[in-house]
Design a protein around this ligand. Structure first.
Ligand SMILES: [Zn+2]
Length: 421
């Protein structure tokens, strides 16, 4: 890896580590959105933004934004960002590395005496991780006009609504229109890969091609709960037997679709609820939830058709009813912008870094941002692909390399983005 990067790797690393220190000491690394610790982290970030010469504000959707005006304010904004909240007992890099990257890019531009034509904004999106209110990507939904009244009415376990929580952290749920943007010309996000592809290929950066769409399917098999000792095998209506066949079918079909290539496809049965779930009772009811992710919705359509057919057959074979087969949620895949991807690829080439294109199997703020502006992402390798865990780790130089790719791309896009106003 080339070491003379156009930014200060140590300064970037120091920020990531300093923010990591703002954690629930009993559960490192925890900085849940809407909590006092989260606000403490943000106060620290706002301070760092100000020290870097950024004008800092909170928008109506609760996003922390640092801004440095360009030579020509009419050209609009190049935004860089990610999120500073974590899952419970999460890591030090997921989200944080992307926010710190934006900050370091602004400082590096300043140090080199460069003032861009475009205005630059660094965004710490509110609550990217699933929040206590049952919603993720709250801030990026708000910035893109995708945060609606139903979502604001969601409550956390003690009863506070998301609307009240948003107000509590400095947002303005009654004026979300003010958070909605039409002046952003490009959005770039650095994130740890959360997978093992880059690490296993010894590559420095991944340029994300698209962010998967996620379909969640619920299937309920309804049989009869009977005595496990007195009910002969040929008289049973065992709901779990049907569910088990379906779990295997999901696995086989997903393997087959993934192997077809070039599109990404994965599917998981992550919830299997057996009722009554007792050792001496034949399972009477079984609910499973399938999470299917792809870059190509046509594959999901084939998958859903096949699982529909198969699960009906599994129910019949087990002599149970398929009481429900329904889609719980369906988010489309999002392609990253080709022009931005090219700028990132060129940046990596200029820096002599090893790179590849790859899809993102996880959701990100960039997926929402793509609704209002060209968006793209850079992945950096993380140790053994682990994330959402305290062991989550990315090397200092790996983060710096990814940040440098975005730095190069920002400078290139400042020159090459369309200048129509
Ligand atoms: Zn993240």
């Amino acid at each position: 890896m080339k070491t003379n990067l156009p930014l200060d790797a140590d300064r970037l690393w120091t920020d990531v580590m300093a923010l990591a220190d703002i954690t629930d000491p009993a559960k490192p690394y925890t900085r849940r959105s809407f909590t006092a610790l989260f606000l403490e982290g943000r106060a620290w970030l706002a301070q760092r933004f100000a020290e870097a010469g950024l004008a800092t504000r909170l928008d109506a959707a609760g996003n922390l934004i640092g801004r440095i005006e360009g030579n020509d304010p009419a050209l609009g904004v190049i935004a860089i960002g990610s999120h500073s909240d974590t899952v419970p007992s999460g890591g030090r890099f997921d989200g944080i590395a992307g926010v710190a990257t934006g900050l370091e890019i602004v400082r590096a531009l300043r140090d080199s005496g460069t003032r861009l034509d475009h205005t630059i904004e660094i965004v710490d999106f509110l609550a990217e991780e699933p929040s206590e209110y049952g919603l993720s990507c709250v801030g990026s939904r708000g910035m893109t006009g995708s945060l609606d009244e139903t979502m604001l009415a969601l409550t956390e376990p003690s009863g506070e609504t998301l609307r009240d929580a948003l107000r509590r952290v400095g947002g303005d749920p009654d004026r979300l229109d003010r958070a909605r943007r039409d002046d952003i010309r490009a959005f770039l996000e650095l994130h740890i890969e959360q997978g093992i592809v880059l690490e296993s290929r010894f590559l420095d950066v991944g340029v994300v091609t698209s962010i998967v769409g996620i379909r969640r399917l619920e299937i309920v098999f309804q049989g009869e709960a009977d005595h496990a000792g007195t009910t002969p095998m040929n008289l049973r209506h065992d709901a779990l037997v049907a569910a088990a066949d379906t779990v295997i079918a999901v696995r086989r079909l997903a393997e087959q679709l993934a192997a077809e290539g070039p599109d990404y496809f994965v599917a998981t049965v992550g919830i299997l609820a057996v009722d009554p779930s007792a050792s001496n009772i034949v399972p009477g009811r079984c609910r499973l939830v399938i999470d299917a992710r792809t870059t190509n919705p046509a594959l999901t359509a084939r998958f859903v058709d096949a699982i529909d057919r198969d699960s009906a057959a599994h129910a019949a074979a087990a002599r149970v009813a398929r009481a429900s087969f329904k889609t719980l949620s369906d988010g489309p895949p999002v392609a990253c912008d080709p022009k931005l991807r090219e700028a990132l690829q060129q940046g990596a080439r200029d820096l002599g870094l090893g790179q590849m294109d790859l899809p993102s199997g996880a959701g990100h703020d960039a997926a929402f941002m793509s609704r209002i502006c060209p968006s793209a992402m850079v992945f950096v390798p993380c140790l053994k692909g682990k994330s959402h865990a305290p062991e989550e780790w990315a090397d200092r130089d790996a983060i710096a390399a990814g940040a440098a790719v975005i730095y190069q791309a920002v400078k290139e896009l400042d020159r090459s983005l369309p200048r129509s106003r």
